[in-house]
Design a protein around this ligand. Sequence first.
Ligand code: DHK
Length: 163
Amino acid sequence: MMTAPVILLLSGPNLNLSGVREPEVYGHETLTDHVATTTRRAAELGFAVAHYQSNHEGELIDRIHAARGVACAIVANVGALTHTSWAIHDALAAFDGVVVELHLSNPAAREPFRHTSVIAGVSDGLIAGFGATGYALAVDAVAAVLERRGAGRRGARRRGNDA
Ligand code: DHK
């Protein structure tokens, strides 16, 4: 039996407080809810989901490294590290699969320090501002990019190298 390709859902600092912290900004759904939404949509499209949450930059980087050659995609909401972490940028650059940057809120419509994403340049695209729905949209985006690359659901080829 073929095993389903794995999407790594990566949750950064403070995402463990989803549903509790600033619900007017981030919504009332918990991280468990988000993982369930992601897993459900992924299963509908033939993917499996591995989820990892950490409040620590280095642990997130280690998990990205571990996804190399294993996961077909990373859906990354790395919280405020989005705006600061060149180390996560470099780790994602070393990952061969699809990368979808994900945010619950729309950082572009918030404080200026959130307007820069240092991981945007190593992501295939961005989903932001749609709250909990964004998790299902991110899975759809992964499927669309893989389809576009001709990798189907079996795997991925390197970003920007599919000509
Ligand atoms: C989550 C955070 O924790 C913020 O630091 C980002 C992102 C936005 C979100 O909207 O999911 O700026």
